[in-house]
Design a protein around this ligand. Structure first.
Ligand code: PEP
Ligand code: MG
Length: 606
């Protein structure tokens, strides 16, 4: 993130994770790490005492976490599982038993032994490619930090003690920190580290307080009491603003609030073009906790439920029962609208549990998603059972990711059939006619879309991966990010081909990549005949509003012109020119920058 002023730093740019604008005084919260000053050998006769000292620190940590959980504000109750995860980490054998073993066998002090355990766990996480999952190592570090504090006998200021209206400024905040925030007082928070998917970010959204993370150096520039403006839409922080800036921001804030509330008020209306052509607008979610926000923003169902989280939040594979409960709740909350549950989209090297790790040179082209599931049939069946059982409680649809050809689809469906037969035998209820679809995100699937269409009820185009594979651009490689072009004529033609194949076979065609949430893309996608857009819940009101101002007929005509252009730049320029009048007011409110960043978001997600 770049500082935009050189001498006196006034503005810092970070990652916007929770919308809203606030002006208030800074409250610096010291979350510096406990330094392990002493690494020493323990006398043979003292080792069991040292191990006991560690066990006591673990017990104290458990009590502290439970105490935080018991006092959690109502709005955060749904996130309490994060604190449960922290207690599970305390019990994890790589964390707890390994440390005790190291104390006993190497005869070293508890702090040093714990550090070794954490380093071993970090090494495992380092092999993971997915940034979201990688970020989860912070949970292990938070827990370790707590245990170290207990070993050192250091108390930490609890955020529940903050009793003034302030903006919290910290290097980072743990879930326990955010859980203890005094919501009546804390106006917002900003941190040096963190990403869009960090727990602190997700909790800020639930608490509806503006937050900007990933500011890198904000704790160096802010002092206790410094006046701050936090812009949770643009991901910007202004330090010590002058009067003029404050007035400007207050006006902007008012304008934006009015504008947003007018959009949100209308977000429950259907998304219909001026001719009355209806497009379903649904939400992409990764956690059960997001369903309510999706509904509040006008989602007409969940178009993509990414199911990786449960497989990554603990060292063990999730039990069928745990998955079932989760999927069932999503289905019930969103009912009568549908939820499309995507089966696991993980690479073989992304699981640090009971499954053997395979280091691949090219994970994006390796044992990922459906390929991985077809190899780990036991794991796959357990998830399919959970999805099917949940289908008895709402409108559940099932979708396979990364399908590259018909054989893979038939193999997946054969396993699904076996699971259905098992459930029949066991007398479980489920929807025998559950709608089954595939994500179209591999170019070979586009080429054979007509053949795939014979075996499924719907397609959902995953442009994040489709762009990656069609243009040979690694979506997580910043060096080629400039070539990540959703407007490339090849991509537009591929989408058209899939829609045509779907229409011919009489099946639905949805699109759930980041393109679906980009206001610039809406008229092309509508013109192309996409029937469902699934996107980040926060973007839904805007996309619906845009659809309501579009004419299907004109979008189709414009599309003809656009499909004739030969470069992505020409496509983008023409789209911008056509959309300018429509997007002007959104742009003025800074809303385009919030949602129109698909390259970056695809990178972050990837
Ligand atoms: C996609 O590839 O477009 C998609 C929606 O899936 P993911 O981003 O989870 O790979
Ligand atoms: Mg994908």
């Amino acid at each position: 993130m770049k500082e935009t002023h050189k001498e006196t730093v006034k503005r810092l740019k970070g990652i916007a994770v929770s919308p809203g604008v606030v002006i208030g005084k800074a409250r610096l919260v010291d979350r510096s790490r406990v330094k392990i000053l002493y690494q020493y050998l323990v006398d043979e006769r003292q080792v069991s005492r040292e191990a006991d000292r560690f066990k006591e620190a673990i017990s104290a940590a458990r009590e502290q976490i439970i105490a935080v959980k018991n006092k959690m504000p109502e709005q955060l109750r749904k996130h309490s599982f994060i604190l449960d995860t922290h207690t599970m980490i305390l019990d994890d054998s790589m964390f707890c038993n390994a440390t005790i073993q190291t104390i006993l066998s190497e005869k070293i002090n508890a702090e040093w032994a714990l550090k070794k355990s954490v380093q071993n766990i970090e090494k495992l996480f380092a092999q993971i490619d997915d940034r979201y999952i990688k970020e989860r190592i912070v949970d292990v570090e938070y827990v370790a930090e707590r245990v170290l504090r207990n070993l050192a006998g250091k108390e930490q200021e609890s955020l529940s003690e903050i009793n003034e209206r302030v903006i919290i400024v910290a290097h980072e905040l743990s879930p326990a920190d955010t859980s203890s925030i005094n919501i009546g007082k804390v106006m917002g928070f900003i941190t040096d580290v963190g990403g869009r998917t960090s727990h602190a970010a997700i909790m800020a959204q639930s608490l509806k307080i503006p937050a900007v993370v990933g500011l890198e150096t904000v704790t160096h520039h802010v002092q206790e009491g410094t006046l701050l403006i936090v812009d949770g839409y643009a991901g910007e922080v202004i330090i010590a603003p002058d009067d003029e800036q404050i007035i400007l921001f207050q006006e902007k804030q008012l304008q934006r609030e009015r504008y947003e509330s007018s959009i949100i008020r209308l977000s429950h209306l259907p998304a219909e073009t001026v001719e009355g052509h209806r497009v379903a607008v649904r939400a992409n979610i990764e956690l059960l906790e997001e369903v309510v926000a999706a509904k509040d923003h006008g989602a007409e169902g969940i178009g993509l439920y990414r199911t990786e989280y449960h497989y990554l939040r603990s060292a063990n594979l999730p039990a069928e029962e745990e998955l079932f409960e989760d999927y069932k709740q999503v289905a019930e909350i969103i009912s009568p609208s549908p939820v499309t549950i995507r089966t696991l989209d993980l690479g073989g090297d992304r699981i640090s549990s009971e499954i053997a790790l395979t280091k691949e040179a090219n994970p994006a082209l390796g044992l990922r998603a459906i390929r991985f599931c077809l190899k780990e049939v036991g794991l796959f069946k357990s998830q399919l059972r959970a999805i099917l059982r949940a289908s008895a409680f709402g409108r559940v649809q099932l979708m396979f990711p990364m399908i590259s050809g018909v054989q893979e689809l038939l193999d997946s469906k054969a396993i699904l059939e076996e699971v259905m037969n098992d459930l029949d035998r066991e007398g479980h209820e489920y929807d025998r006619h559950i709608r089954v679809g595939v994500m179209v995100e591999v170019p070979s699937a586009v080429a054979v879309a007509d053949l795939l269409a014979r075996h499924v009820d719907f397609f959902s185009i995953g442009t994040n991966d489709l762009v990656q594979y069609a243009l040979a651009i690694d979506r997580v490689n910043e060096h080629v990010a400039y070539m990540y072009q959703p407007f490339h004529p090849a991509i537009l033609r591929m989408i058209r081909q899939v829609v045509e194949a779907g229409n011919k076979a009489g099946i639905d065609v949805a699109l759930c990549g980041e393109m679906a949430g980009d206001p610039l893309c809406t008229f092309i996608l509508v013109g192309l005949g996409i029937e469902e857009l699934s996107l980040n819940p926060l973007g839904i009101p805007i996309i619906k509003k845009i659809i309501r101002t579009l004419s299907l007929e004109e979008s189709r005509k414009d599309l003809e012109e656009i499909l004739d252009l030969d470069t992505a730049t020409k496509v983008r320029d023409m789209i911008k020119a056509k959309m300018r009048p429509l997007l002007k007011d959104l742009d003025q409110q800074g809303l385009i920058t919030s949602y129109n960043n698909q390259e970056k978001r695809a990178l972050r997600h990837g």
